[in-house]
Design a binder for this molecule. Structure first.
Ligand code: ADP
Ligand code: MG
Length: 267
């Protein structure tokens, strides 16, 4: 059976698309799945850094498209998980070097040998965005719980619908339980109600992500931190398992927090 291609996109930049792509790639590989992550951010690649592969790039996606190498020569195999690969973006070439048709062909080929092809989109809604969407079977919109990010997510959902790409799922990233508790941050319920979209997962703010990113070892390599656990839950959901959403409140439960927990979804 061919695999499935999932694109991670967003309205606003910097909300965590690359972080989510890298961590879900690792979490799915840990579960024994064959995964290839594709960086479509030509000119501003960074999925290679987050995955700790930046020193091992020989060929990139533009070399593939322009025929300087075979697709499989450009894939970098992860040192920890042999079923995980990265197709890096080019750092220097201009963005028009890859077309949506190229992406469709690349995704078709990679799906033959992978369970999951995870595509990280660039910021913006130009060619890079269309490239990222072209080969996707499913779309996941990433947002933070900030009003500006949620509004941009709404716009991008409208755009996705107009392209006829079908339904999308949502990941809410960087939720801060203490701020939600004080009423200073939109919570999961507010966001999904506004966007009217199916929730795939919620990832908490976790400073371990910064450390992991700097080291090039995605957090999901170990599921011990809150965000690591959240990525593993999302990976299981992508495999079709029903994983309950964890409560986001860390403090001892009172009747009030229990009622909120029951009424409002979290991770
Ligand atoms: P995008 O790809 O959407 O531009 P990134 O994945 O590069 O976003 O994330 C932007 C910044 O936010 C990075 O510095 C990353 O380490 C940080 N970040 C992402 N998710 C989290 C999180 N859940 N907790 C803490 N920091 C995060
Ligand atoms: Mg990015």
């Amino acid at each position: 059976m061919p695999g499935i291609a999932i694109t991670f996109t967003s309205g606003k930049g910097g909300v965590g698309k690359t972080t989510v792509t890298a961590n879900l790639a690792v979490a799915l590989a840990l579960l024994g799945r064959r995964v290839t992550a594709i960086d479509t951010d030509i000119g501003l690649r960074n999925l290679d850094i987050v995955m700790g592969m930046e020193n091992r790039i020989i060929y990139d996606i533009v070399d593939v498209v322009e025929g300087r190498c075979h697709l499989y020569q450009a894939l970098i195999r992860d040192k920890r998980f042999s079923s995980l690969h990265l197709l890096p973006a080019s750092q220097t070439r201009d963005k028009t070097a890859v077309t949506p048709q190229d992406m469709v062909a690349i995704c078709q080929e990679l799906k033959k040998n992978n369970d999951f092809v995870l595509i990280d989109s660039p910021a913006g809604i130009e060619l890079g965005f269309r490239n990222a969407l072209a080969g996707a079977d499913e779309l996941v919109v990433v947002t933070t719980p900030e009003v500006a990010a949620v509004r941009s997510a709404d716009r991008i959902l409208g755009l996705i619908e107009s392209i006829g790409k079908g339904s999308s799922q949502l990941i809410i990233n960087r939720i801060k339980p203490s701020m939600v508790r004080r009423g200073d941050m939109l919570d999961t319920f507010d966001v999904i109600e506004f966007l009217a979209i199916e929730l795939l997962g919620v990832v908490p703010e976790d400073e371990a992500i910064l450390i992991a990113t700097n080291q090039g070892i995605p957090l999901a390599c170990e599921a011990k931190t809150p965000a690591g656990q959240a990525f593993h839950n999302i990976a299981y959901r992508l495999l079709g398992e029903e994983v309950p959403f964890l409560p986001i409140f860390e403090e001892p439960e009172t009747l009030f927090t229990r009622i909120r927990r029951v009424l409002r979804l979290s991770y």
